[in-house]
Every structure is written in structure tokens, then in C-alpha cells.
Write a protein that binds this ligand. Structure first.
Ligand SMILES: Cc1cc2nc3c(=O)[nH]c(=O)nc-3n(C[C@H](O)[C@H](O)[C@H](O)COP(=O)(O)OP(=O)(O)OC[C@H]3O[C@@H](n4cnc5c(N)ncnc54)[C@H](O)[C@@H]3O)c2cc1C
Length: 427
């Protein structure tokens, strides 16, 4: 395999960062003009804001509002290169990466490639349910959600119609709760007006959770209140019910219950895919790569791992940090500092995670928020949720468009982006 062309070496050490998610992006920004050559690779040419995928899937936001082109972000930066490339293999001894564009050598490698959907080895679920771990998957979900009602209009058998209209969301974490709430809003405010010929009393929304409660990582109050909100919005919540199988028509639960639905949305788990070349590295739960408190991969030279891909145990987090944005961002900040310290021959500083709290929104104007021991809910919590997400999103234009969209949706009770966009079967 040939080297990736047109990537000149400079007099600075080359740091290759694989992945431009929350962690990778923060790291690259913190290393700007710090005397390193930075090469960023990502299989997409944009950064994705994953917490709002569900709004793309439910027609609340345009995909372009939650994505940011990487080249625009790094215009004019010196000793910086971006390549849209897929990392396929590592040769740690030779310090070489194999990508679909060619090989790339590094002095220091930072893996920040996040995680992918975990179907827990169930092939039928992988084939028949809809995951939401990328913008294309969120768009596909939107298309299928909308297409179902176009299909239902043309069915005469009421049972078949009900099956096509039913929606099952699997996974009662924040993603599943947010999806279910948003779909319940569509059922109340949007679908009956769009499809007046359909009887929406026949549409059932189920949220399936294997553990005893929804929003399990959040406080008891958040979990209870979120379940209450969902029930009042017409979502049937099933806890202590694991999914056993799904053939595209009927989903079977561990409780023995069977639900007929053409649409199963999978928000039940993530895993870190195996990366060839890292056989010697220790893999922990969910395939995460075990690192020390400086993010360094034990046993391999000059390789660091941050964010969802890493498993770093800390006194307060013996099983690793939660796979959310803040650990990725905070690890990236400290790693940038430590790489600069390393060059000055100073000892690295250990990582301590600062938990800034967690939140989830349920429908158009309700949320639950936990900030340390402080918990609040309802409309005020929803405003806090909006502000936090607006601040976190990359790009002023994105912030502006999201705010306008949310304000419009809030005032009109209408998600206005109900477009089925895909290549036409009949050109
Ligand atoms: C639907 C959903 C909702 C979420 N909601 C929240 C929330 O509300 N709050 C919160 O804090 N967290 C939330 N999370 C979790 C949060 O998004 C992740 O914890 C965070 O993105 C992890 O950051 P990261 O930098 O480790 O990886 P990511 O942000 O996932 O970035 C990984 C990057 O690596 C790239 N990549 C992957 N494999 C390769 C490869 N082989 N070659 C090249 N590039 C590659 C990807 O394209 C991506 O850009 C949510 C996640 C999902 C899926």
C-alpha cells in the first residue's frame, strides 16, 4: 500500500488524531499552534452532534443543523492536515496506520473513534431494526417513519394497518426516552393532520427497557418522572423486558409478550469495534480499550485513547466513565496539556472526571435535569436543556438555525421537515 499522497512532514512531531467527534475535535483545537504537526482523519468530512440525532429522525431539525464541515473549521490552520479516511489497521511497532486512502505514519497516535451500535449478537435485530448512530441512519429512520404512514393509507386490513403504524423503541436510556417522547408528540400534533384518513387510536408507541427503570443512570426522581411523562403522553413503557427476537413483523420480549410492529428503533446499546493491530491491547467491557489515567494505552508505545473508545477506571468510576460527551471532551483537554508537558519533559497529570450532570428531554416542553444533588424537571428543565445544547453545538449558523427551528416547532406544534428524501424508484 502506498503512503497517503501530499502529506508533507514538517520539523514538528506528527500527532495523528483518528476521529473528529467530541473528543478528537476538542483535542485538535487544543493543539492548534502548539508546535505539533496535526493530521486529523475521519471517515466523514463533518463533525456530528449525536445528542440531536433523534430530532433529525423525527423531522424536527435538518441534518445540516447538527453537522459541521471539518474543512471549514480548520481553514487557514498551519501545520494541520485533514484527510477523509477510514482507519482500518494499526501497525504499532512501525508506527503506521492503514487507511482506505493509503498508509500514514505517526509519532503519536490518538484514537478517538467513538463506539458503534451493539445488537448483542442478535442478527435478526441487526437486519430488521433501525439504529441511530450516524446522521445517515437518522435520515433513514425519518424516511421509514414517514413512509409507514404513506403505506398504512393503502392498507385495508386493520390489523396490518396497526402493525405498520405501531412503533417500538428499544432502550430506555436518554436516546430511547427522547425518541419515544418526540414520536408521541408527532402522534398528538402532526400525524392526525397529515393523514386524516388514518385512525391514530390504532397507533401504539412502546418503549422497551431491559432493566427495572428508564433513565437508569440518572436520579431516582428523573427516572420516575420521565416514565410518568411518557405514560401521560401515551407511550406504553415496558421495563424488565429484554428483546428476544424480531423478524420485521413481530417483536418478542423476555416476558413472553409479542408486539406487532414494522418499525423497531434500536437505542439499546453501543460497543467499540475491534481494530486490527491492537491485539496486544487490553479490551474491557463493550470492547473499550483499557487506558491509564493519562489516556495512554498500556503496553503500546505512543498510543492514546479518549472518549467512548477508552475505558479509564477512576476511584469514583471503577468501570470506566459514562460514554457521553463530557468525559471525551475533558480527556481531550488534559491529553493536549500532557502532550505539551511531555515535550517540555514534564510529568503528565492524571485525569479526574468532573461530572457536570445529565439531562433528558421528553417531548416538546418537558425535561428532567440532575446537577449533582440538585434535581429539577418540567418546563424550566426543558429551557436549561435547550440552552446547554445550543452552547454545545458547533457553529454559529447551526445554533441560529436550531433556535429558529425549535421556536417555530414550539409555536406551531409542527415539525416542519417531514420529507422522505431518497433516490426515486421511478426516475
Ligand atoms: C443518539 C445519541 C444520543 C446521544 N445523546 C447524548 C447526550 O444527550 N449527551 C451526551 O453527553 N452524550 C450523548 N451521546 C453520547 C455522545 O455522543 C458520545 O459519548 C460522544 O460522541 C463520544 O465522543 P467521542 O469523541 O468518543 O466519539 P464520537 O463523537 O462518536 O466521534 C467518533 C468519530 O470517529 C469517526 N470514526 C469512527 N470510526 C472511524 C474509522 N474507522 N476511521 C475514521 N474515522 C472513524 C466517526 O466518524 C466520528 O466522527 C449520544 C449518543 C448517541 C448515539
Amino acid at each position: 500500500m502506498n503512503p497517503i499522497p501530499n502529506l508533507p512532514r514538517s520539523e514538528n512531531k506528527r500527532i495523528v488524531v483518528a476521529g473528529a467527534g467530541f473528543g478528537g475535535l476538542r483535542l485538535v483545537r487544543s493543539l492548534e499552534n502548539k508546535g505539533f504537526q496535526v493530521v486529523l482523519i475521519d471517515r466523514n468530512n463533518y463533525h456530528q452532534f449525536q445528542p440531536l440525532y433523534y430530532q433529525v429522525a423525527t423531522s424536527g431539525l435538518e441534518p445540516s443543523s447538527i453537522a459541521f464541515p471539518l474543512r471549514k473549521l480548520f481553514q487557514g490552520k498551519s501545520d494541520f492536515h485533514f484527510r477523509m479516511a477510514n482507519l482500518e489497521r494499526i501497525d504499532a511497532e512501525k508506527r503506521i496506520l492503514y487507511t482506505d486512502l493509503g498508509i500514514l505514519d505517526y509519532d503519536i497516535l490518538v484514537l478517538a473513534m467513538g463506539a458503534s451500535t451493539n445488537f448483542f449478537g442478535k442478527k435478526d435485530l441487526e437486519e430488521n431494526s433501525l439504529p441511530m448512530k450516524s446522521i445517515p441512519e437518522a435520515i433513514r429512520m425519518r424516511n421509514i417513519l414517514l413512509e409507514n404512514y404513506e403505506k398504512a393509507l393503502n392498507l385495508t386490513d386493520p390489523d396490518q394497518q396497526e402493525q405498520v403504524m405501531n412503533i417500538v423503541v428499544v432502550g430506555g436510556g436518554p436516546t430511547g426516552v427522547e425518541l419515544a417522547g418526540s414520536i408521541a408528540d408527532m402522534k398528538s400534533f402532526v400525524f392526525p393532520a397529515d393523514y386524516p384518513e388514518l385512525d391514530f387510536d390504532r397507533m401504539n408507541i412502546f418503549l422497551i427497557e431491559a432493566t427495572a427503570k428508564v433513565l437508569a443512570p440518572m436520579s431516582e426522581a428523573s427516572s420516575r418522572e420521565a416514565a410518568g411523562y411518557l405514560k401521560r403522553m401515551g407511550v406504553t413503557v415496558r421495563t424488565e423486558a429484554a428483546v428476544e427476537s424480531y423478524d420485521g413483523v413481530s417483536i418478542r420480549l423476555s416476558t413472553g409478550e409479542e408486539i406487532r410492529s414494522s418499525t423497531v428503533l434500536w437505542a439499546a446499546g453501543i460497543q467499540v469495534p475491534f481494530l486490527p493491530g491492537l491485539e496486544k491491547a487490553l479490551r474491557g467491557r463493550g470492547g473499550r480499550l483499557v487506558v491509564g489515567r493519562t489516556s495512554r494505552l498500556e503496553g503500546l508505545e505512543n498510543i492514546y485513547v479518549i472518549g467512548d473508545q477508552a475505558l479509564m477506571a477512576e476511584e469514583a468510576f471503577p468501570n470506566g466513565h459514562p460514554q457521553v460527551a463530557q468525559p471525551a471532551i475533558q480527556q481531550a483537554r488534559l491529553l493536549a496539556k500532557n502532550l505539551i508537558r511531555q515535550r517540555k519533559k514534564l510529568d503528565p497529570l492524571p485525569f479526574y472526571y468532573k461530572d457536570k450532570g445529565s439531562m433528558a428531554t421528553i417531548g416538546r416542553n418537558k425535561a428532567v435535569v440532575d446537577l449533582g444533588k440538585v434535581h429539577f424537571r418540567g418546563f424550566f428543565a426543558w429551557i436549561v436543556w435547550i440552552l446547554v445544547h445550543l452552547v454545545a453545538i458547533v457553529g454559529t449558523k447551526n445554533r441560529f438555525f436550531i433556535l429558529i427551528n425549535w421556536a417555530w416547532n414550539y409555536m406551531t406544534y409542527d415539525q416542519s421537515l417531514r420529507l422522505i428524501i431518497r433516490p426515486n424508484k421511478h426516475p
